[in-house]
Design a binder for this molecule. Structure first.
Ligand SMILES: Cc1cc2nc3c(=O)[nH]c(=O)nc-3n(C[C@H](O)[C@H](O)[C@H](O)COP(=O)(O)OP(=O)(O)OC[C@H]3O[C@@H](n4cnc5c(N)ncnc54)[C@H](O)[C@@H]3O)c2cc1C
Length: 419
């Protein structure tokens, strides 16, 4: 089968790899000059099935209303995004009912856990380096109520064979001694020993190389303007270098999948949730974190990736605007200052790579993947804050759906029809 994929982020590239492995002729169209240069470029690097609880948890409405008033919360809604957010936002909020929330959490947990298995298998099949850590991860708390609430949510992950421990402030230090400076502020945390981390950009570049060896063609610097439908099928895509004929099309363009699909009457309910990161050179500093550390108050995390400390998080609804907001970046510097005051004093901001990416956020925390109502149009998008964690499993599932094989998870649970 000849398959065209739009997007060479982590989702498009892993999809290309598994499709080529099945023997298909695959071509990837990407507007950037290489793989993973948009949202998959500088994320927090966490491979954390432990974090599958969707953002629209019970109580989200209060958090969002506070953010509208203060403008300084972890969630920010910019006025310019409001018109595209009203209907979607109401549907998003409707998923915060307790029953829905847990249903959504389990669907995402299934995919995240499966994805980690597929990633492990890939590591066995291919030999590559991506600053991989298998240390587990920590979530730290400054107030007991938040810790208790989070522990309660995590208990339901036992259904997925995911373990965690509630740990005291003292135990936190035993697990990651880098927390010495802020230990007194912390009431405790959650330790997830099975979590991993790694550099999503390096990983995508490695998979891109492996996909090329399987014969995948990557056409970089080519922007898709529109998708064209004739006689109920996708016939071609209009691009910056002219029309490209399509036999089968996979849309894996992250947040941009929604406007592209709209052209052919497919509504993908994904909205961009901008997040920020700092990549800070550690220059041999060895008193830093040994694993991803999630700070509940900052809604952000620090992860050691090789000789870089990645601080990432926060969510801003500002449409498809990729620009950097100083206050959001400063909130991440504040996190680093709070956790590592001595290291913070040594930071030369001219050496820090400041970045933002648009998480493609679905209504319920899981991606939309599989066939659409147009016979030869498939999608793989909407992975939101966990696209790195869910990438390999989603790509394998998509390849299995296209091959007509049995999928490891119930494919209808991830189908766009559920939206
Ligand atoms: C701050 C932050 C922290 C995060 N931390 C984590 C984490 O720790 N763990 C985790 O699992 N996930 C994390 N994520 C989420 C994860 O990064 C995303 O879910 C994932 O990168 C989405 O991948 P994608 O391939 O769908 O999108 P993208 O990486 O954006 O790829 C889409 C590609 O499509 C291309 N494209 C779009 N439109 C067109 C067009 N018209 N023509 C041609 N090409 C086009 C783009 O250039 C892009 O390369 C984080 C995200 C952010 C922003």
């Amino acid at each position: 089968m000849k398959i065209t994929i739009i997007g060479a982020g982590i989702i498009g590239v892993t999809s290309a790899y598994f499709l080529a492995k099945d023997g298909h002729e695959v071509e990837v169209i990407e507007r950037q000059d290489g793989p993973a240069l948009e949202t998959s470029f500088a994320n927090a690097g966490m491979l954390t099935p432990s974090m599958v609880d969707p953002w629209n948890s019970p109580g989200i409405l209060g958090t969002l209303l506070t953010s509208l008033v203060t403008g300084h919360s972890a969630f920010v809604l910019r006025p310019k995004a409001v018109p595209t957010m009203i209907e979607w936002g109401l549907r998003f909020l409707s998923h915060s009912r307790k029953k829905k929330f847990y249903e959504n959490l389990h669907r995402s947990a299934d995919l995240a856990c499966y994805s980690m298995k597929v990633l492990k298998q890939l590591q066995g099949d291919l030999s590559f380096e991506f600053d991989h850590l298998d240390t587990g991860s920590l979530k730290i708390f400054r107030d007991q109520q938040s810790l208790d609430d989070a522990a309660k949510k995590s208990e339901s992950l036992f259904d997925h064979d995911m373990t965690f421990r509630v740990v005291t402030g003292k135990e936190l230090l035993e697990i990651d001694p880098s927390l010495t400076h802020c230990a007194e502020e912390l009431c405790g945390g959650l330790y997830f020993p099975d979590d991993h981390a790694g550099n999503a950009y390096s990983f995508t570049c490695e998979i891109e190389k492996a996909a090329k060896q399987l014969g995948v063609t990557f056409r970089y610097g080519v922007s898709v303007d529109k998708i064209l439908k004739e006689n109920g099928r996708i016939s071609k895509i209009g691009t910056s270098v002219g029309a490209i004929e399509c036999d089968q099309l996979v849309l894996a363009a992250g947040s941009y999948s929604t406007p592209l699909a709209k052209e052919v009457g497919i509504n993908i309910p994904v909205r961009p949730a901008k997040g920020y990161s700092l990549s800070i050179p550690m220059k041999g500093w060895n008193a830093g974190p040994k694993m991803p550390i999630n700070d509940d108050d900052f809604h952000a995390a620090v992860t050691p990736l090789g000789d870089t400390l990645r601080a990432a998080g926060t969510a801003e609804f500002a449409g498809l605007d990729p620009s950097l907001d100083r206050a959001r970046l400063d909130a991440l510097y504040d996190l680093v200052k709070d956790l590592y005051p001595d290291f913070y004093e040594t930071i030369d901001r001219t050496e820090v790579a400041e970045w933002a990416g648009l998480r493609p956020l679905s209504l319920d925390g899981s991606p939309y993947l599989g066939k659409t109502e147009i016979e030869n149009l498939y999608i793989n998008t909407g992975h939101g804050p966990l696209g790195w964690t869910m990438a390999c499993g989603s790509a394998q599932m998509l390849a299995d759906i296209i091959a007509g094989k049995e999928t490891a998870l119930n494919k209808s649970a991830y189908d766009i029809k559920r939206a």
